[in-house]
Design a protein around this ligand. Sequence first.
Ligand code: AMP
Length: 427
Amino acid sequence: MSTLKAVRGTRDLLPPETGLWNFVEETARRVFARYNFWEIRTPIFEETQLFTRGVGEETDIVSKEMYTWEDRARAQSEKSQSLTLRPENTAGVVRAYIEHKLGETGLLQKLYYIGPQFRRERPQKGRYRQFYQIGAEVIGPPSAGSESPLRDAEVLEMLATLLDELGIHGWKLVLNSVGSSSDRPRYVAALREALQDKALQMCVDCQRRAETNPLRVLDCKVPEDQPIIESLPKIADYLDEDSRAHFAAVCAALDACGVKYEVNPRLVRGLDYYTRTTFEFTHGGLGAQNALLGGGRYDGLSEVIGGPKAPGIGFAMGEDRLVLTLQAQAAQHGKLADAYVAPVGEAQNAAALDLARELRRAGLQVELGDGSFRVKKSFEIGNKLARKIVLLGEDEVKSGILTVKDFAKGEQVKVARAELVTVLRQG
Ligand code: AMP
């Protein structure tokens, strides 16, 4: 008899790795709680039409990747029905929101979930058929402020905080607006037209997408297709006044709180329900599957699945990929601390202790040097123990402007004390 193994694309999570999974989940729960998000648990399978209607018939997920079966009736009173293992959880959360009339509270619902999702994708590093998502949704009637760009910015700021608290270094936030439900048809028509003669030079998937769902062409990763994709019309040119103002307000709020981002007009994401803001956080260490998480606004989703108007914004983080990133970082850096605080002379010892205390209280791992060391020696020790060194001389103590060197990048910068925690948490 052949030995039985976990099914292709699924895997067992064993100790000690499960410790890392617990750390990720506990950190997420703690950060979500600070932003007043509450947990929701929805079933792992749903009626198939929740996804065909909610996610979209023409998406890769629905057209190719779902685990769907016909569930036989067990009794006269039951009907057989088509069921699907959830490939994502936003549709399920919005279904629960509608079913339990959560909108009638008149308040925003801030819900998070942690759990497995299922997609029949080609397994590879960072891509599995059973994978785990940590996600959250902010949804409610427009009167509760659910359409406000402040919600978008708050969610993005929370994600930046969460990644920092997980100790994930070097993430990048990529942002776009895909416009409202009235902007999109105009853009899709323009894309369709532009693709008419170009699609034939593209991969077979793009040839199909050009017919069925031209927006998906922008998702194509085939290198030969990229110059053609670059030459296609840009969504930014098709946004109406409202969508433009909404996106500008999201960006302004992020600027105001110092969350860094990059606008990529090609970011459309693989699910049909997105409107206006869409985003991804990526990480260079992940290789081809470089998206740590993705999300966006879905102002029309509730209505598409038969509910009241309930605009919302949410995201799903790939927990598998968060864990992979943390493992890769640990392998790369060994047990490096975030910072080595180095007093330049003994007169700065007390100030250095005070600074180390502040950084440690902010959750950073800090090693404290000694003012009796020469600066050269401090650099040598810092380089062995920490990713960055913070120098504290007489000038630094007086001005509150510190000198920080990143050992891996070889860069030295001046940083105001108020910015130091943020800078030390970055890559
Ligand atoms: P999506 O639901 O497609 O927007 O994906 C959100 C996030 O879930 C992605 O950014 C990935 O981090 C993760 N993810 C999606 N599909 C998979 C998969 N097959 N295996 C592992 N992680 C995935």
